[in-house]
Write a protein that binds this ligand. Structure first.
Ligand code: NAD
Length: 460
């Protein structure tokens, strides 16, 4: 099938590359000339396991092209995926300007029937706005809707950064919302054909109305964020009452009604999705005169949790950190990605720098992105920037540090040589924001260990 992907970011590029892998002819559009140039010159602008191979194979086969040419992109795809960003607006609502700009572009150029797919995470009712934006452009062109019919479907994306290709190729579910107008049923048939290869083993598609599909994406992210904040709040209490949150996690996760997934206590969730989607759902509720009390608490707990490592550092080393030097392992918001949007590392780094410390940072893949993001976070603060060192390796970061703080649970950090680690640190202190290590093992190794919700074991 001929497919256009509008927005070649994490979701758009993975969607485009994976649909090309299945034999479709995919045209990826982006407004970012630099991104398109990288892709046309054989590169991939993001780190995502397996993506480079899929892109290279399909680009070489001529099934995957990249361009900034809007008219050509609209002409190409019978199915047009909108996969642009939906960042939070000032009031927390999803900013739909990029989605609606993409919709208007379609309306400005389309001729025959098109299926428009909202792949971006968008609030309930957005498909109606996309529909109206396209219809308005058609009207301005003096084209009757019957001569350029279209239908807007909702197909939210559930891939996880760091495992995006695998998730897209082997989805646990595909959610598609469509209406039952003649155009909506044509769109249903097109989507059924497009996703048929994913349903060979068993049916994975959940067909529903458009509004329910839009809602499903927010409900999923809200539920996951809730589990994390719930465990983080309990971990903080475990620290006080003298319980081990890891033991508690096993104890409750074995109940099949609860399950083991997504129950890890840590130093807060980040990324481009949970923070903004929780906010956007709260905002939607408020627009309808309802408060989502649980989600408000989830957000507050998470904002506080991003400071938990900073608080532990202050409790150990004091408010004034001038003359102190720290190492941070892990900058990406989670492993296997270089994405630093809303990453907890940025909060810790700011706190340490504001209190006068010097900091050496290291991440296995996010160093390039870290340089970009840190320069933005500390723009106009040259003295502060000068106190941040970008290290070559985990061990290099430790040299002369008063303590190590771990913020991202990269596999590469799980089994370090603790003798070497101790020999590099000035004082053998670890603040483990992801509970990577066992307190008893740390005690045996002569390392002062501060985990999340594990103080009973740390104190012995
Ligand atoms: P992103 O910022 O990585 O990519 C968006 C791209 O759209 C950018 O390259 C931008 O230049 C481009 N763009 C903006 N306006 C455009 C226009 N008018 N025409 C063409 N291109 C345009 O964003 P992302 O992380 O891929 O997220 C996209 C959407 O998918 C968001 O709504 C997000 O919430 C949702 N989502 C993201 C993930 C994730 O893990 N990143 C997972 C599921 C859903």
């Amino acid at each position: 099938m001929k497919i256009t992907i509008i927005g070649t970011g994490y979701v758009g590029l993975v969607t485009g590359a994976c649909l090309a892998e299945l034999g479709n002819n995919v045209f990826c559009l982006d407004v970012d000339q630099n991104k398109v140039d990288i892709l046309n010159n054989g590169g991939v602008p993001i780190h995502e396991p397996g993506l480079e191979d899929v892109v290279a194979r399909n680009r070489a086969a001529g099934r995957l092209t990249f361009s900034t040419d809007v008219a050509a992109s609209v002409a190409h795809g019978d199915v047009q995926f909108i996969a642009v960003g939906t960042p939070p607006d000032e009031d927390g609502s999803a900013d739909l300007q990029y989605v609606l700009a993409a919709a208007r572009n379609i309306g400005k150029h389309m001729t025959g029937f098109k299926v428009i797919v909202d792949k971006s995470t968008v609030p309930v009712g957005t498909a109606g706005k996309v529909q109206a934006a396209i219809a308005q452009e058609l009207q301005l062109r003096g084209i009757a809707e019957k001569d350029a019919a279209f239908s807007v479907v909702s197909n939210p994306e559930f891939l996880k950064e760091g495992a995006a290709v695998e998730d897209f190729m082997r989805p646990d579910r595909i959610v598609i919302g469509h209406d039952n107008t003649p155009e909506g049923l044509k769109a249903y048939a097109a989507m059924k054909k497009l996703y048929a290869p994913f349903n060979r083993n068993h049916e994975r598609t959940y067909w529903m109305d458009v509004r329910s599909a839009e809602f499903t994406k927010y409900a999923a992210n809200a539920m996951l964020a809730t589990r994390i904040s719930f465990m983080n709040e309990l971990a903080n209490l475990a620290d006080k009452v003298g319980a081990d949150i890891e033991a508690v996690r096993h104890g409750i996760g074995s109940d099949p009604r609860i399950g083991h997934s997504f129950l890890y206590a840590g130093c807060g969730y980040g990324g481009s999705c949970f923070p903004k989607d929780v906010q956007a759902l709260e905002r939607t509720a408020r627009d309808y005169g309802q408060e989502l009390h649980i989600l408000r608490a989830v957000e507050q707990v998470n904002n506080n949790q991003k400071h938990v490592l900073g608080k532990k550092v202050v409790a150990r080393f004091g408010e004034d950190l001038h003359g102190k030097h720290f190492a941070i392992w892990g900058l990406a918001f989670k492993p296997n990605t270089d994405d630093m949007r809303e990453a907890s590392s940025r909060v810790l780094l700011s706190e340490l720098i504001e209190r006068g410390a010097t900091v050496a940072v290291y991440d296995p893949v996010a160093m390039k992105e870290a340089r970009r993001v840190v320069a933005l976070d500390f723009s106009g603060q040259d003295e502060a920037l000068g106190r941040i060192r970008f290290s070559e390796s985990p061990m290099d970061a430790l040299q002369g540090a008063d303590a190590l703080a771990i913020v991202t649970e990269w596999k590469a950090f799980r089994s370090p040589d603790f003798d070497q680690l101790k020999s590099k640190l000035k004082t053998p202190v670890i603040f483990d924001g992801r509970n990577l290590f066992e307190p008893q093992v740390m005690a045996d190794a002569g390392i002062e260990y501060h985990g999340i919700g594990r103080s009973i074991l740390t104190k012995g």
